[in-house]
Design a protein around this ligand. Structure first.
Ligand code: PLP
Length: 364
């Protein structure tokens, strides 16, 4: 399908002459007197010589782009490297939503940054809420009616597996939403946790559906949240528009170096073992929770956490905090009264968690 992506973007972003940084507008070799940098590496510290920290990094580092393109099986011009997926969400919202006019759709409970990014941009948030009764599955009929019935919708945020409910969106459902969106809106599928489950990534649908945007991150299954590296994967026209808005040098030289290390061939084996261990520990913790009398319901999900409903969620959060264990309270969401989210930590951390949960049950 051919699609005029620019028609969906804010006209001022399309019309704007983007900033041309020194590194994006000239080669990075020879005598570099075009970026007001320091000529020495030793001033900031001799240990930084290897990374040439005195120089601005490449705006979109070529080697990391090549490695990520291999990892995700896409052409390099479909990728944008960002400061975490958080930045990808922010850029999409800033490029495609006119303040006071356009809207985004989310299906709560979901990752909180979709709403925050939209609110900061002055875009309306239309919620198509999920219900606990059907395992938090999205109401797809209502979602599609919203997309087709509301002409101001520009972005539809979907998450698979979803945070905090852990459920997946089937390929069939996703294609149906893409079909309903047509050339009206972009469908942003956030796959932050996809490596923790067996489901195939929607990346392979990008050729067929130019309105699809996939978000990936090194923060979860690649165990590199501190690097702050997220990846927007989309039609080159979408990437080109986001590139007009992104900061000139979004990834620091340190982050680029660490990201390359995190996804290196040596790390790949460690990553597979880590993911397998998380999945096993998740199943084990889920079985444990089912034996706890105070647990009203647990949703094992397909990510690296379990959502649990108890009678008094904040009470449980405080109980665990008293033992130095931080779990996340989701009780403020309408559908998640009494719910807490437990991240799958290390074996030792899970022993401590189980012991705290057992003691909690005993004192009730
Ligand atoms: C669904 C989802 N998307 C994106 C993010 C943010 O990822 P990043 O660390 O890449 O900014 C999170 C973080 O928890 C998340 O749960």
């Amino acid at each position: 399908m051919k699609m005029d992506i620019e028609r969906l973007a804010r006209p001022e972003i399309v019309a704007m002459k983007p900033y041309a940084s020194a590194r994006s507008s000239a080669a990075a070799d020879g005598i570099l007197l075009n970026a007001n940098e320091a000529p020495y590496t030793h001033v900031a510290g001799p240990e930084w010589q290897r990374l040439a920290l005195n120089r601005y990094p490449q705006p979109q580092p070529a080697l990391l782009r090549t490695r990520l393109a291999e990892l995700y099986g896409v052409a390099g011009d479909r990728l944008l490297m960002t400061r975490g997926s958080d930045e990808g969400i922010d850029l999409l919202t800033r490029v495609f939503c006119r303040p006071g006019q356009d809207a985004v759709v989310e299906c709560s409970p979901c990752f909180g940054m979709y709403r925050i990014a939209a609110t900061i941009q002055g875009a309306r948030v239309i919620d198509v809420p999920r219900q606990a009764a059907n395992g938090f599955q999205i109401d797809f009929d209502q979602l599609e009616t919203t997309i087709t019935g509301q002409p101001d919708v520009r972005l539809v945020f979907l998450t698979s597996p979803n945070n905090p409910t852990g459920d997946l969106i089937s390929r069939e459902r996703l294609e149906s939403v893409l079909d309903a969106s047509g050339d009206r809106a972009l469908v942003v599928l956030d796959e932050a946790y996809i490596e923790f489950c067996d489901a195939a990534s929607a990346i392979e649908l990008l050729e067929k559906w130019p309105q699809l945007v996939v978000l990936r991150t090194l923060s979860k299954a690649w165990a590199a949240a501190g690097v702050r590296c997220g990846i927007v994967i989309a039609d080159p026209a979408v990437i080109g528009l986001l590139q007009r808005v992104i900061a000139p040098y979004p990834l620091s030289a340190l982050a680029i170096d660490a990201a390359l290390e995190a996804i290196s061939a040596e790390s790949a084996g460690r990553q597979r073992r880590f993911v397998a261990a998380v999945r096993q520990a998740r199943a084990d913790l889920y079985r444990f929770l089912q034996r706890c009398d105070f647990v009203v319901q647990a949703w094992q999900g397909e990510a690296n956490f379990i959502l649990v409903r108890v009678a008094d969620g904040s009470g449980l959060v405080n109980w665990c905090a008293g033992r130095g264990i931080r779990i996340r309270d989701f009780g403020s969401y309408a559908q998640l009264a009494g719910c807490v989210r437990l991240t799958i930590g290390s074996p030792a951390e899970l022993v401590a968690l189980k012991s705290a949960l057992k003691a909690y049950g005993e004192q009730l």
